[in-house]
Write a protein of this length. Sequence first.
Length: 133
Amino acid sequence: MTIDMTRPSVYPVLTYDDADGAIAFFADAFGFTPGEVTRDAEGRIVHATVTWANGVVMISDSRGGDSPFDLRPVCLYLVVGDPDAHAAKAKAAGAEMVMELTDQPYGSREYAARDPEGNVWCFGTYQPGPATR
């Protein structure tokens, strides 16, 4: 199989006790676009996607037990053009700010917010490219 370099090649995978609620929160607080949703016979989300610019995050309901995919909390960093406006929207939607808007020494302006299940989402202007060999 050939990798399509016009599409993302790294996909964070997150699990939630309430994946439907998480997807709604991402749309309302952070501006994600909900994508596909696949459910099992009991109605639990076994695979869903939310889109951010050209990136995709995969979401599912927690499987419980010994699943190797129920690792929480995590921290994700997403690039945003206007962190001030984005932070204001997240605050208005009830996101818990864990780092207010900050100008970093590496040139980024960013903030961090916790989602309802404890994951931290950082949004800022830092956008490094992949390392070259």
